[in-house]
Ligand binder design. Structure first.
Ligand code: SF4
Length: 468
């Protein structure tokens, strides 16, 4: 959780810095083009925002409705309070059905729970089948660095070397050839696994269905080939109707990957019936709280609108500079800087609310209008209230607040301060002198401390008023 230390390492990582440059053309430009073909993009954002708020206001009712409808179509709905309960439930289901191997499609909740490690400990082999997640799994279970592009931090050359080492095949330098190789390695796992585990983008209450948005065919195979399918998703993913799904689907692929529609879109309802030839014989939904219920109706409730598109991180100057691993947990970027302290405890993610410039790029692009900068500011205020900020910082802010309430003293103090800075800057060595005082030590290593103009703002303002 030490964002500052990690960020320093990531900034010095030349390969990572090169890979991060892809963000603009891969996500930012594509999104900008994709939203142009939607005449009513802003109106759709408004509808989606209102829709998400409406559901969250009656979350319990929609969840009950979903549970009833899912049960009618032959699925079982289970509830998990936290990551430990997710693991326990999945392992219990696996044992009941004699599962030895589980193939997985992308699921952020399984990352929250550390499910792969728990399955391995229980003697069940987890196999990631999303190409990005598979690459991470064979890279010593590295965590994802982006919520929709988990290996965003790796170059083609790194993946090529990794495949050659792991698959004992000649190295390939062509992306299509690498993808084909991964397919050939994964195909036997698809055919032999007894269980499929997936996430879910949305749960539809009126039909008891789960909607899956993917760009690789693996999601379809994970959810239909094995005899058991387990969907793990957060309780906030429920929406009332298929019509609501259509509204959100106009925004999600455009905001995420700049596509008007993803390569695959699956709507799965119920277990396989007697007259059907495809689908799992047993379907389980594990609906997870893990800190979400505490946010309902509270001052951070807007965060539950999130549809996990990743647009906020793609447009964030901090994410673009340090990548996802610097954030230290499952969710990076501005949404992670809000969610991680809320889900894991503020004291465990002290740097994250500060890891933002508050430029509001994230707020501008968020398809469900989550006011991320305001939420980050609220978290900063909470840190101060809970005495979680360093003593020196608190003391400084308190002194500044006191001075600001006493204008005459404030004017005197700023005048003395500026004179002192001018004295420090009397030759070209102000950075060294300022560092000795312990002021902005890291900042001044990379750039010059600004030279004071000679007069305070108040003095300049007063002079201007006189001449006006
Ligand atoms: S906070 Fe908004 S922009 Fe960021 S992932 Fe969630 S929905 Fe997308």
């Amino acid at each position: 959780m030490h964002f500052k230390a990690r960020a320093g390492q990531k900034l010095a990582d030349v390969i990572l810095q090169d890979n991060l440059k892809k963000a603009k053309s891969k996500f930012v430009d594509r999104r900008a083009t994709a939203i142009l073909d939607l005449d009513d993009f802003e109106a759709t954002r408004d509808s989606a925002t209102a829709l998400r708020d409406r559901v969250l206001n009656d979350l319990d009712l929609w969840l009950e409705k979903f549970e009833q409808q899912a049960a009618k179509s032959g699925a079982s709905v289970l509830w998990a309070r936290d990551g430990a309960e997710i693991c326990w439930l999945v392992i219990d289901i696996a044992h009941r059905h004699g599962v030895k191997k589980a193939i997985k499609s992308k699921s952020m909740l399984s990352e929250e729970a550390g499910l792969n490690q728990a399955l391995e400990t229980a003697g069940i082999q987890p196999v990631e089948t999303d190409l990005g997640e598979y690459i991470l799994q064979i890279s010593d279970n590295e965590p994802p660095s982006h919520i929709i592009a988990p290996v965003f931090h790796k170059s083609k050359e790194e993946v090529s070397a990794l495949f050659a080492r792991t698959h004992h095949l000649p190295a390939k330098d062509d992306i299509q050839a690498l993808t084909r190789e991964a397919r050939e390695v994964l195909r036997p796992h698809f055919l032999s696994a007894e269980m499929g585990i997936s996430g879910g983008n949305f749960l539809i209450a009126e039909t008891g269905s789960v909607a899956l948005v993917t760009n690789e065919g693996n999601g379809r195979m994970v959810t239909t080939l094995p005899k058991v399918h387990v969907v793990i998703t957060g309780i906030e993913k429920v929406i009332p109707t298929l019509e609501d799904l259509a509204t959100l689907m106009r925004l999600l692929p455009r905001s995420a990957t700049g596509q008007s529609i993803s390569n695959y879109f699956s709507l799965l309802t119920g277990a396989k019936q007697a007259a059907e030839s495809d689908g799992p014989e047993h379907l389980y939904f594990i609906l997870v709280d893990n800190g979400r219920a505490d946010l309902v109706g509270g001052e951070f409730a807007e965060m539950l609108r999130c549809i996990r598109c990743g647009a906020c991180m793609n447009h964030c100057p901090v994410y673009q500079a340090v990548g996802g691993h610097a954030y230290g947990w499952v969710y990076p970027g501005p949404m992670g800087a809000v969610l991680t302290p809320l889900f894991t405890g503020m004291q465990n993610a002290l740097d994250l609310p500060q890891a933002a410039t508050l430029c509001n790029q994230c707020g501008v692009v968020c398809p469900v209008k989550i006011p991320l900068p305001q939420l980050l500011l609220k978290l900063r205020a909470k840190q101060v209230e809970a005495h979680l900020r360093p003593f020196g910082e608190r003391l400084g802010l308190r002194a500044w607040a006191w001075l600001a309430l006493h204008p005459a003293l404030y004017a005197l103090a700023t005048r003395i301060g500026v004179r002192y800075l001018l004295w420090l800057a009397r030759d070209g060595k102000r950075n060294d002198r300022i560092r000795v005082l312990g002021v902005a030590p890291e900042w001044t290593l990379g750039r010059d401390f600004p030279a004071p103009e000679g007069k305070t703002f108040r003095e300049l303002y007063a002079a201007r008023k006189e001449t006006a």
